[in-house]
Ligand binder design. Structure first.
Ligand code: HEC
Length: 486
């Protein structure tokens, strides 16, 4: 384990634990993991449920018109107060070697099968799943991800509860895509993940970011077996992206104008929404598995209309799986120049479906890159990012998820003279292997353990309940407001 790197990043609580670990205990990914029994014993049990809004501006002008006869999204928020017992997870049968699965493709496919089981039949209105319970993240109805000057406008729409994410500018997906297309997505948590979220939000008016693991002696992590699946839809059409043919198409309440540069200039009326079609082009999965080098594995599937399979779900092609960032492998060691080509053989902490990767570069597809230096990222993701690079930053408060978003590193309390564009060490910090439950930056109080929805949820909460912009509330000021000030 890279202790040097680790000590630089951990916060006060984690430091104490690290001290214990270094004092002789085993230093490994799974060290210090809290047993289910301890989590259950220390869990808060008198939690208040059912208080979170379902969608953007619910009850305050955002409700469906009376003429809308379709189904309306309800947040599945009856989080369990005790950890549901570990199932016989299909991925758990696949052995690990050196912190990664020996058969990554089989592992990745097992994750998708689990995430789809019982959810496809009910169009991901997951509360109807007949096989197992699934849940959603609170506070995504008021979400600020893309339009920072227009707080909340990325919040859940009312048909499927999808949030608006970073859009793809012209030419990102194919040379036939000339204009912006918008991304809308939804994430669903299994019961073991939902237990952690339910502990953080046990008191809906006073969330505790550090209660993800109820045991204060353990790292602030999700329990082993926590799993999240995310569906990414795009407003892209088959004309703009030929492999999107026969993709799964749903109606959602999305922006009338697809161009974020136009919308962001305001006024707020530019964020007008209406029912319109969106198509499923990517599925992401993440799982907490203590056998992994970092404690997590993240994987992705891309839609290919030419692939075999009777349904759009079956035409989702496994693209790659990541369990570490190979922190020591620099850009120059893998890529010949800014536009490649990149030799990914040094990146041993991931698996890429080479055939799928090659298909994506075939004209008119324009996806000639993965993430930074050949690390795994999805087609709608930023080419300078990687799945684990972005996700390891998850924590409270939030920090920039990419070096580009941090003007000079000040937010991360790094040397202000360091520039992300030129400083290799600064950028490589984003491709470290932060262990599960450990904070990324010294400016963070708690880790959100690789869940960016959890860290954004807390941020969204704070933006509405702390400070000048707060909505009126009769509840006393939440503790996290004071923590943010301090
Ligand atoms: C540029 C940064 C970035 C990259 C790269 C990225 N993600 Fe994410 N991801 C996010 C953000 C931000 C969210 C939370 C917002 C949302 O879901 O609406 C998120 C949410 C998710 C979720 C929902 C669970 C959660 O709370 O984190 C999953 C699963 C996920 N991503 C998997 C992946 C996978 C797999 C990859 C690589 C193929 C990936 N992500 C690449 C930023 C990123």
């Amino acid at each position: 384990m890279p202790n040097r790197v680790l000590t630089r990043r951990v916060g006060a609580r984690a430091c104490a634990i690290l001290g214990l670990l270094l004092a002789g205990a085993v230093v490994a990914g799974a060290a210090g993991a809290t047993e289910d029994s301890a989590r259950n014993q220390l869990a808060q049990k008198d939690c208040v449920r059912g208080k979170f809004k379902d969608y953007h501006l619910q009850g305050t002008g955002g409700d469906p018109a009376a003429s809308y006869k379709g189904r309306v999204f309800r947040l599945s928020q009856d989080y369990p107060n005790q950890i549901p017992p570990r199932e016989d997870f299909p991925w758990a049968k696949i052995p690990f070697k050196d912190g990664g699965p020996v058969d990554p493709e089989a592992y990745l496919r097992a994750l998708l099968a689990y995430g789809l089981e019982g959810n496809v039949d009910v169009d991901f209105y997951v509360e109807d799943n007949k096989i197992r319970k699934w849940y959603g993240m609170p506070w995504m109805d008021w979400n600020t991800e893309v339009a920072s000057d227009w707080p909340g406008t990325d919040g859940r729409e009312f048909v499927h509860g999808f949030t608006h994410e970073f859009d793809s500018s012209g030419n990102t997906l194919s040379t036939l895509q000339h204009d912006f297309v918008d991304t809308w997505s939804g994430a669903y948590l299994n019961d073991r993940a939902a237990f952690g979220v339910g502990q953080v939000y046990c008191d809906p008016d006073n969330p505790k970011p550090g209660a993800l693991n109820p045991d204060p002696a353990g790292l602030n992590d999700f329990p082993d077996g926590a799993f999240i699946i995310k569906l990414l839809f795009s407003t892209v059409t088959e004309d703009q992206l030929p492999i999107a043919k026969n993709a799964l198409e749903w109606q959602a309440h999305v922006f009338v104008n697809d161009d974020p540069s136009w919308r962001n200039k305001g006024p707020a009326s530019r964020f007008e929404r209406a029912l319109g079609p969106i198509r499923l082009i990517q599925i992401d999965v993440s799982v907490r598995d203590e056998r992994s080098l970092t404690g997590w594995l993240l994987g992705t599937f891309g839609y290919d209309g030419n692939a075999k399979g009777a349904t759009p779900w079956e035409r989702m092609v496994p693209f790659g799986l990541q369990w570490g960032n190979n922190p020591k492998v620099t850009f120059a060691q893998t890529c010949a120049g800014p536009d490649g080509p990149c030799d990914r053989s040094k990146l041993t902490e991931q698996w890429i479906n080479e055939e799928a990767a090659e298909n994506l570069t075939r004209a008119p597809l324009n996806f000639n890159h993965l993430g930074f230096g050949g690390r795994l990222a999805g087609p709608v993701d930023n080419a300078k990012a990687s799945c684990m690079g972005c996700h390891q930053t998850a924590g409270f408060p939030t920090v920039p998820i990419l070096p580009e978003f941090s003007a000079n590193g000040a937010v991360l309390k790094l040397d202000a003279g360091k520039r992300p564009a030129t400083d290799q060490s600064f950028r490589m910090m984003y491709y470290g292997n932060v262990p599960s439950g450990v904070v990324f930056s010294d400016s963070q109080l708690q880790s959100s353990d690789y869940s960016l929805q959890l860290s954004m949820s807390l941020q969204n909460y704070a933006s509405r309940r702390c400070g000048d912009q707060s909505e009126p509330s009769s509840a006393p000021a939440p503790e996290i407001c004071g923590q943010l000030l301090a």
